[in-house]
Design a protein around this ligand. Sequence first.
Ligand SMILES: O=C([O-])CC(=O)C(=O)O
Ligand SMILES: [Mg+2]
Length: 264
Amino acid sequence: MDDAQAPAGGADGGRVATGQGAPDEPLPAEVLAALRLVSTATLTTQLMARGLRNTFLVGLRPLNSGSPRMVGTAFTLRYIPAREDLDVLSVFRDPEHPQRKAVESVGPGQVLVMDCRGRGRAASLGGILGTRLLRRGAAGVVTDGAVRDSPTFATLGLPAYSAGVSGTTNLVQHHAVDMQVPIGCAEVAVYPGDVMVGDAEGVVCVPRELAAEVASDAVAQEHLEEFVQAQIEAGAALPGVYPPNDATMTRYRAWAVDNPPPLG
Ligand SMILES: O=C([O-])CC(=O)C(=O)O
Ligand SMILES: [Mg+2]
């Protein structure tokens, strides 16, 4: 196929080559460490500063408040609506079934991100598959539909986010169709290899090529905000402090001498 005939966007779905490695390559350790320190709120601000306004997955909640923050690269799974002649319980006997194959393909440090079209009448997976993801070293699981076996997820230790819970098995509403393709999840575009960060508030998708600079600037933003927060707690009014004017920045820099930011 020559360029004139190539589908719009090409095989990578329109993703521009970034020099940040293949989608299943791990992120550098220092980028992971920085992202583990910062909130999803800070990351959305850093992304907005770069023109990206639609990065926070809408309406997802953590299923296990005690689990560590989630930082990992997206391994995507796409579902389409189920059909009664195809989506019967016996399909799970086939190890090539895309849902089961996806779980057995997710690698260490990856987050399984599922596109359920925002539909949560049936679960997109349950506690056994979640446990298998944990054993495979996955960094988390995210769905814009529901999960089942939510009591298992509550104590599993795998960061997990969903739009809801449902006892009904996935085949009733969802047909797993392909993996490692660009998807929509909770109204956000997620490309394989993008960086998924989750905290108690929810999940943000950081485009992979921006992860390193966003992580470093997010740490710097939170360090400044730590200073601003202390000023507001001490009774300062907003003007000139939040956002900081030159005088506040001078005081911040003086404070930072004795209170350096984390990670150097
Ligand atoms: O049928 C499902 O959704 C899978 C399930 O319950 C589990 O993983 O425990
Ligand atoms: Mg189950």
